[in-house]
Ligand binder design. Sequence first.
Ligand SMILES: CCCCCCCC/C=C\CCCCCCCC(=O)N[C@@H](CO)[C@H](O)/C=C/CCCCCCCCCCCCC
Ligand SMILES: [Ca+2]
Ligand SMILES: [Zn+2]
Length: 270
Amino acid sequence: IVGSPWSERVSGVFAYESSKVDWCEENYRHSEHVVEYFNTVSNLIFFIISPMMLYLLHPYARERHQAVHLVWLMMVFVGVFSLYFHMTLSFLGQMLDELSILWVLALGYALWFPRRRFPSFIKDRSFGRLVLIITALTTVSSFVKPTANAYVLNVFGLQLLYVLRMEMKQYALRLAKRMVALWVLAITCWISDRFGCAFWQELNFCYLHGIWHILIVMAVAYGTTLIAFLDASYEIPYSLPGIQYWPCDQWEVGLPHIVLKGNTKLRKEC
Ligand SMILES: CCCCCCCC/C=C\CCCCCCCC(=O)N[C@@H](CO)[C@H](O)/C=C/CCCCCCCCCCCCC
Ligand SMILES: [Ca+2]
Ligand SMILES: [Zn+2]
């Protein structure tokens, strides 16, 4: 088998720069082992924000269901795969990075898509199954034209913002505005890096994709808190959910989280 076309193809997917995707940052500028240094290092944000969000969403997850924690646990894997992708620019790294994003989005839909918006023929359980089937089919088709995957994911992201828009409530406006602002900044960086590279190279500033990593993780932190808050307001209104910011509520930037001011399982047990 060693040396056969099959083994060559398998080792090919691990090979440095075997992906057809290459971001604007100059390759091997800072290290001979790391293809895109800043794009790789910027993924550390996943390992800072994910444990913080796991901690901050814990009161809501305990009251609603522990599966909520899977979202930020999976975000750690997205961070690992994204780091591996930018370090190697390998085809395997690209697919792991993109497919892990797809499965986090699917998990988010399965957990939080509002039940009252289900079409009448769909029950709770069959919605989860439908999301699973669509995600599995999308996973298989992602190998057909891998360069298109990132665009498809951004379309799914847009659809997610549309769902949030439909569910929006006046009293969550501050959080929603901040989330949209972060997403707009993030997607502007992603598009500029993709299509405006020559311009940024002129300016000797090729770090926009790394900045996208930081901004999109913050947008997801705001987005998950917002959807969890709207969900809590409908499903567990007795817990009187509210939004606060860590470390200080008055600060313009901070990590949002839900506080439950009313009756909760824990208090009922006492
Ligand atoms: C009602 C449903 C609620 C669902 C909540 C789901 C929460 C998770 C959402 C998204 C995870 C995004 C993680 C982004 C990781 C970025 C890694 C990366 O940079 N990959 C690139 C290659 O290096 C790749 O080109 C990027 C592709 C595009 C990814 C598009 C993701 C869409 C994110 C939309 C987020 C909107 C904010 C609202 C979140 C609730
Ligand atoms: Ca590059
Ligand atoms: Zn990336």
